[in-house]
Design a protein around this ligand. Sequence first.
Ligand SMILES: [Zn+2]
Length: 103
Amino acid sequence: MLDILRRQAGRFQCPKCGQSLADCRLEMVVQQDEQSLVKVTCAHCQDARLIAVALAAEAPSAPVIEVRDQPMEELGAPITADDVLDVRLALAGHEGDLAALLR
Ligand SMILES: [Zn+2]
């Protein structure tokens, strides 16, 4: 999973400093079924945020990535399974491609 994200990270920009996330640090936070929350830390400004990742069963090499635009320090509580389920519901309602999710 993290290997797949690593390959895709270069396509994304840090929302804080605008640099490529190609060199970012990736850390698995929660993994439940095909849904995961991954902590991404920008190598340039050290800005840390969570992204939700869903591996599509029909295309396991092309995960659907949703950025939860929420700096780590503003998180009130540890991530729970309920949070992961919320992400699952949000992704289920998404009608668009990966680029649309990241806007
Ligand atoms: Zn940054």
